[in-house]
Design a protein around this ligand. Structure first.
Ligand code: NAP
Ligand code: FE
Length: 370
């Protein structure tokens, strides 16, 4: 069936990529405002060297800042509400997220809440706001690409899952993408985050909302992942692999900002919420069955992606993922029922998957992942 060629493409984020890009482009950071909130987790902003680079540039330009370093993995609505209260009190006029996807996503929520004083945190998910403080994204993982997406994924205990929001106002204004910050990331986190980046590219490639332009980015990202994936599995990465994976991550963000994600992401949230499996690994564990389910409706694209990866079959690629991630947890029939029910909250991901996704398909997937 011929696809009608119709698309819009745009990303408002100014991206600086490369070694020492913050130090080399300091004016792009200091021109944004006069007082920043630096949003980080407990250790990685310091361990990666990213916080030092940001602080040295801000100090030199006499830009004020406050640091909020309490962002947890899978940031909660409670934590971003707490940070936003401080941002309002301190009257900051821009927000810098430094870290993995968690601090960068949190910075987007804080930027919206700080700019809209009447909003409460659960209002975020209505996507009904028209302003946010300017956001800067500085990734220290090569994974989410959050520096180039409008999305913010937050944990809602009341819903037993993660929920996302995002509008054109929550794209970072500027992103500084420097692979040197990922050198301090250990084996499991490096693998999990890289698999997240791959799934963005791959799901974006298959997505019903994919376009001819997003496909160009996706194929390039899938090819780049293929170049480093065997070294990733063995955790024998050199500087150029780190750079390569950072590129996959950034491209993955640009892709899903256009296409959205699909049901693999929608399902992965259950593994993360109930089993504590990191986001990227959660998606990766679902990949083999996800690829097989979609093969009948997306054969050409899946074959092209396998070729770009340098693999002959879904099973060969799944074997490499297994080497990276190990086996998925065994689920009880009660867990399968619960996960099937909760996955159906992710309506956007369901509708965006090429194979028809209904309750039956979701249950089939949960039953067959092994
Ligand atoms: P993360 O949750 O931000 O960080 C995971 C762990 O890695 C944290 O303990 C963190 O430490 C540590 N870490 C980060 N960088 C490090 C470094 N350079 N050296 C040493 N340790 C480091 O992980 P993530 O996978 O990047 O982000 C996952 C989150 O992003 C999830 O909530 C997911 O749902 C979301 N996500 C968002 C998008 C989007 O488009 N916005 C897309 C996909 C996923 P600290 O706690 O000290 O920081
Ligand atoms: Fe993701």
């Amino acid at each position: 069936m011929r696809r009608i060629m119709e698309f819009t493409f745009g990303i408002p984020t100014k991206i600086f990529f490369g070694r020492d890009c913050i130090l080399k482009n300091a004016a792009a950071l200091t021109a944004i405002g006069s007082k920043a909130m630096l949003v980080t987790g407990k250790h990685s902003a310091k361990a990666s060297g990213a916080l030092d680079d940001v602080v040295s540039v801000l100090d030199k330009a006499a830009i004020g800042y406050v640091i909020f370093d309490e962002i947890e993995n899978n940031p909660s609505v409670e934590t971003v509400a707490k940070a936003a209260k401080i941002a309002r009190q301190e009257e900051v006029d821009f927000v810098i997220g430094i870290g993995g996807g968690s601090p960068i996503d949190a910075s987007k929520a804080i930027a919206v809440l700080a700019a809209n004083k009447e909003m409460i945190v659960t209002d975020l998910f209505k996507n009904d706001f028209t302003k946010a403080l300017p956001i800067v994204g500085i990734p220290t993982t090569a994974g989410t690409g959050s520096e180039a997406t409008p999305y913010s994924v937050l944990l809602r205990k009341d819903m037993q899952t993660k929920v996302s929001f995002g509008t054109k106002d929550t794209f970072p204004a500027v992103a500084f993408v420097d692979a040197k910050y990922t050198m301090s990331l250990g084996k499991n986190s490096t693998i999990s985050t890289a698999v997240d980046a791959f799934t963005h590219a791959f799901e974006g490639y298959l997505a019903n909302r994919s376009t001819v332009i997003s496909d160009c980015f996706a194929l390039e990202a899938i090819k780049a992942f293929g170049k480093s994936m065997r070294k990733l599995a063995a955790f024998e990465l050199d500087e150029s692999d780190r750079e390569n994976l950072m590129l996959v991550s950034l491209l993955g963000g640009i892709i899903i900002a256009q296409t959205g994600v699909t049901i693999a992401h929608g399902m992965g949230y259950c593994y993360t919420y109930f089993k504590g499996i990191p986001h990227g690994a959660a998606n990766g564990l679902i990949m083999r069955e996800y690829m097989k389910l979609n093969y009948d409706v997306a054969k050409d694209k899946i074959d092209t992606a396998l070729e770009a990866l340098g693999c002959e079959s879904i099973d060969e690629f799944a074997g490499i993922l297994r080497e990276m991630l190990g086996a998925p947890p065994v689920l009880t029939s009660e867990e399968i029922e619960l996960y099937t029910e909760l996955t159906q909250i992710q309506k956007g991901s369901m509708a965006n998957t090429p194979h028809k996704i209904d309750e039956k398909a979701i249950k089939y997937l949960w039953e067959h992942i092994d």
